[in-house]
Design a protein around this ligand. Structure first.
Ligand code: FES
Length: 209
């Protein structure tokens, strides 16, 4: 496997921004239509490698707590949300309203079958496509009725048929979406790097080859 010394995806300056009003459109019709999140502009690996589904690297150092950015992997939008401590704490309080709180019937790496559905509690990484018919849910942080339903701050709402998800991508009961949002294989590199498309176990194996 080709190795990279430095993160190969640059993150725009997000310090004063939460959810931006426009994405770059670089992902085209693959699912970002209607989304409005900072886009992680890829500097590599090569376009060919990305088209073939290779792992994509990103530098997360500029993403502040409570904000989300998007990167493209295999033609899909992959969300990277940096959760606050309040968001993380709320994940443990809402099992009763969720269809699959333990993610027993959902798609994620084994390392993400846990209370936060993530490798690290403060980072939520998921394919940003609704598991019903593939629309792109919207992040809602200040929706009082959604927060009351989820008993905590923030969630996602699908604009097509109204499915609700919490900030671990877990779908609320009796929604059209049949399962929680899918989580791709990924792992972290150091403190601020992430590789989407390759799990930690695969990365460890590749490094020995
Ligand atoms: S596509 Fe999301 S609820 Fe139908």
């Amino acid at each position: 496997m080709k190795t990279h010394r430095n993160p190969t995806v640059a993150v725009p300056d997000l310090r004063r921004r939460r959810i931006l009003g426009a994405a770059t459109g670089a992902l085209g019709a693959a699912g970002l239509s209607g989304a409005a999140y900072p886009f992680l502009a890829s500097l590599g690996p090569s376009a060919r490698a990305r088209a073939e589904g290779g792992p994509v690297r990103a530098d997360l150092s500029n993403i502040e707590a409570g904000t989300m950015a998007v990167l493209a992997w295999r033609g899909k939008p992959v969300w990277v949300l940096r959760r606050t401590s309040e968001m993380i704490a709320a994940l443990a309080t809402r099992s009763a309203v969720l269809a699959d709180p333990l993610s027993a019937r959902s798609n994620q790496p084994g390392s993400c079958v846990n209370a936060t559905r993530s490798e690290r509690p403060d980072w939520f990484v998921a394919v940003g496509l609704c598991t019903h018919l593939g629309c792109t849910p919207a992040l809602r942080l200040d929706d009082a009725s959604l927060n009351a339903e989820l008993r905590g701050p923030g969630g996602f709402v699908c604009p097509c048929h109204g499915s609700h998800f919490d900030l671990a991508g877990r779908v609320v009961r009796d929604m059209p979406a049949p399962r929680n949002l899918d989580i791709p294989p990924y792992h972290f590199e150091g403190r601020d790097g992430i590789v989407v498309g390759q799990g930690a176990t695969d990365a460890a194996t590749a490094s020995k080859v």
